[in-house]
Structure formats: structure tokens, C-alpha cells
Write a protein that binds this ligand. Structure first.
Ligand code: ZN
Length: 404
């Protein structure tokens, strides 16, 4: 009896301490602050919410400040109720009371995400600039701190006089990790191609307790580039608080390619988790881009295996290699897992015999099945021998499968 009570007590304590940091059903309580911005905050804030909530790890709400010129004294959220505060705001100063309560929240260990133009915000608020590490515009110059960037793979802290903040023409650009063993970047490709976006450049600020996780090269050929590797992902420690700063993600209506980019989405999700816990438990998604091509999620959702294989059936090689890449990654991941591979093989067989599938898709499926498939696929492949378009590939696959 006593033992049971003890066990009950232990599990109750464990439950309470677990719930103190994360509610299992709703995730980390997250506050997205917006309402004033020189950007389309009505487009970006719901997308930020969707990206975070999609992980099942966060439960976000959007808080809209008074309009520009409005009475900011009425804006006084209780930050202590949240594990994460996301700043999608670039506008009027908050009240001294709100500033103080935000500083207290971060000092005590609250997590923060600084998103894109939020690093333009509050040029005169010293502590806020310590939280962002680097900022731009708002008459920032040498008085606000050095430029920080990479040149020839070396970090440069540059105290030269000059403006803070610029960007060249919007374009796709390669993001290069500078710290590869940080929880946020660990397991991600060192170089990946980001969706069409602004590349913030000439950022300057106190840069205290800041780590640059990734940079992107601001090529002058791409219009207004500084020819420096400009920081795009940063972490900052402030008191006990952790801040993840992404300079990327310029929003168009519906988010647009900068926010739909799987690289942006993933680093935001991982950065947000790190800001809350100091760790990242999320797996690197299958569709994370390489340096070879941009990968967008137009609905911000990660595709399921079934969806990818169904999509593969209507595969158009000229349009995208995403589904094939996904399939190949899945096969690689399942190496040694016989049951998992058989399940995958069954799905591939379905797509192989489906009338919806294109000849192009069936050829690719046959190629994959020829080396990862089993006896299970033999009947379906034999049926394709009578198909003039697929005869050669079917024969090839059969020879390889039967030789196993
Ligand atoms: Zn922008």
C-alpha cells in the first residue's frame, strides 16, 4: 500500500513539474505580438502562428497592439503567462511599464523570437537592442554598435561609421551555417537555398552574448549587395532568457516564398523550441532544401508519406524533384527495417498500378523498386511487361529483383 502511495506521489510530482513547462495538450504558450509594422503583419502573423502550432509543440495566440499613434498605455500584456514571445512588430514605443515587464520576462528565462523587421524596432530602447543583438534602420549608426558579419569565413566586428540596415534586390540566396553543432542547426545541411527574400545587410548593434548561426552572401551583382556574408540567423542570451533572431521571412500576401521556404519554417520551429528549452527535439524534415533548389510548402504543412507517394504518381520531372527526393530519403531512413520497407513498397505498388500515375512516375518507381523492392512487387511489375512504354524498365527491374 505504502509503495503505491509513494508511486502515486512521484507520478503526481512528475506530472506537475512536466505541466509547469509544457501542457501536453496545448503546447508551450506563445504570444505573437504584432499590430504595427512597415511590413504586411496581417499576412505574417497568422503564418507565424501556423508554422509554430504545426509542430504540436506550441500553442500560439496573436496579440494586436493599438494602431500607430494610438494609446500604447493600454498595451500591457502579462508576459509571465507565456513560455515564448514572438515579436512581429516594428512601430511605436511601448510604455515604460510594458518595457520593464518584458525585460523582466526575458531576464527570468522567457523565450523570444525576433522575426525579420522586429530587428528594426525600438532603436532607442537599449535593452531591446541587446536582445536582438543586431538591428537596422531607425537611424541606427556607429552609436548603436559595430557591424558584425563574415568575410572570407572569418567573423568581423567592424566599428566603421555608417548607416545600419539595407538590403539588395529580393532573390533566392544560399544560407551557410557558421555553427553546425548548435541545437538549432545540428543535422541541417551546411548550405541550403532559401526562397525569394530580402537579405538584411549592414546590421549593427551591441552584439553582446550573440552567436551567429548562419550567414548569407550579399552579392553586389544581386543589386546593392555589400559583398559580405551577412548574418541571417542568430541566438542571443539575455539574463536567463534565450532569444532566436531570424532576419529572414519578408512577408507577401499569404506569406510568400520567403515564409513558405522549408528552410525558414524549420529554422523558425527549431529556433522557437531552443528559445523555450535550450534544446531541439524536432527531427530535420525530409524536404529540407539543399543548395541545389528551393523547397516551398505553400500550405506550411509537412507532407505525409502517403501524400508524397500519391503526388509522385502525377510526377512531372520538369516541375519538381521534391516527391522523388522524399521517397528516396524515406527508403534510406528505413534501411534495415524490413516491415517499414515492405509498407513503403506496398504504397509504391499502389502508385505503380494506378491509372492516375504518369508513365514518367512509373519509370521512377520501377527504378527505385528494382533495388529496394522484394518478391511482393514481382506480380505488379510482370503486368507492366505488356505496356510498350514501360516494358524496358519493367524487364530491368524484374531481372534485378529476381537476382536478389
Ligand atoms: Zn522586409
Amino acid at each position: 500500500m505504502k509503495k503505491q502511495y509513494l508511486l502515486l506521489l512521484i507520478s503526481a510530482v512528475l506530472l506537475i513539474s512536466f505541466n509547469a513547462c509544457k501542457d501536453e495538450t496545448t503546447g508551450y504558450k506563445t504570444l505573437i505580438i504584432t499590430g504595427q509594422n512597415n511590413h504586411n503583419w496581417k499576412a505574417s502573423s497568422p503564418v507565424l502562428k501556423q508554422i509554430l502550432d504545426e509542430t504540436g509543440m506550441f500553442s500560439s495566440e496573436i496579440l494586436i497592439t493599438p494602431d500607430k499613434g494610438g494609446d500604447m498605455k493600454t498595451f500591457n500584456p502579462d508576459f509571465s503567462k507565456y513560455k515564448l514571445v514572438v515579436i512581429d512588430y516594428n512601430g511605436d514605443s511601448w510604455s515604460d511599464k510594458t518595457n520593464a515587464s518584458f525585460m523582466e520576462y526575458v531576464s527570468n528565462g522567457g523565450g523570444v523570437v525576433i522575426y525579420h523587421a522586429a530587428d528594426n524596432s525600438f532603436p532607442k530602447w537599449k535593452e531591446y537592442n541587446e536582445m536582438t543583438g543586431l538591428g537596422g534602420w531607425g537611424d541606427r549608426n556607429q552609436k548603436d554598435g559595430p557591424y558584425v558579419y563574415y568575410k572570407n569565413n572569418v567573423m568581423v566586428i567592424d566599428t566603421t561609421s555608417g548607416i545600419g540596415g539595407t538590403h539588395g534586390k529580393r532573390r533566392e540566396y544560399i544560407v551557410t551555417a557558421r555553427i553546425v553543432d548548435h541545437p538549432i542547426t545540428k543535422g541541417l545541411p551546411v548550405r541550403w537555398l532559401h526562397g525569394n527574400d530580402e537579405l538584411y545587410s549592414l546590421l549593427r548593434g551591441p552584439a553582446k552574448n550573440m552567436q551567429i548561426l548562419a550567414t548569407a552572401f550579399a552579392d553586389s551583382a544581386a543589386g546593392g549587395g555589400t559583398m559580405r556574408d551577412e548574418p541571417v540567423l542568430m541566438t542571443i542570451n539575455y539574463g536567463k532568457g534565450r532569444i532566436f533572431h531570424t532576419a529572414m521571412g519578408h512577408a507577401d500576401e499569404g506569406g510568400g516564398p520567403a515564409m513558405q521556404c522549408v528552410g525558414f519554417i524549420t529554422t523558425l520551429q527549431r529556433g522557437a523550441e531552443w528559445a523555450v528549452t535550450g534544446n531541439v527535439t524536432q527531427a530535420v524534415p525530409y524536404d529540407f532544401p539543399s543548395a541545389a533548389g528551393v523547397v516551398l510548402r505553400t500550405d506550411f504543412k509537412q507532407m505525409t508519406l502517403e501524400e508524397a507517394i500519391a503526388n509522385m504518381g502525377t510526377y512531372d520531372i520538369a516541375k519538381s524533384t521534391k516527391n522523388l527526393t522524399y521517397l528516396q530519403n524515406q527508403i534510406r531512413k528505413l534501411a534495415g527495417d524490413e516491415q517499414g520497407l515492405l509498407n513503403l513498397e506496398k504504397m509504391m505498388n499502389k502508385a505503380l498500378v494506378s491509372r492516375e500515375s504518369t508513365v514518367e512516375a512509373k519509370k521512377l518507381l520501377l527504378r527505385e523498386l528494382s533495388w529496394m523492392g522484394s518478391e511482393y512487387s514481382v506480380p505488379a511489375i510482370k503486368n507492366l511487361l505488356s505496356n510498350a512504354d514501360l516494358k524496358d524498365e519493367a524487364e530491368f527491374a524484374l531481372v534485378r529483383l529476381l537476382a536478389k
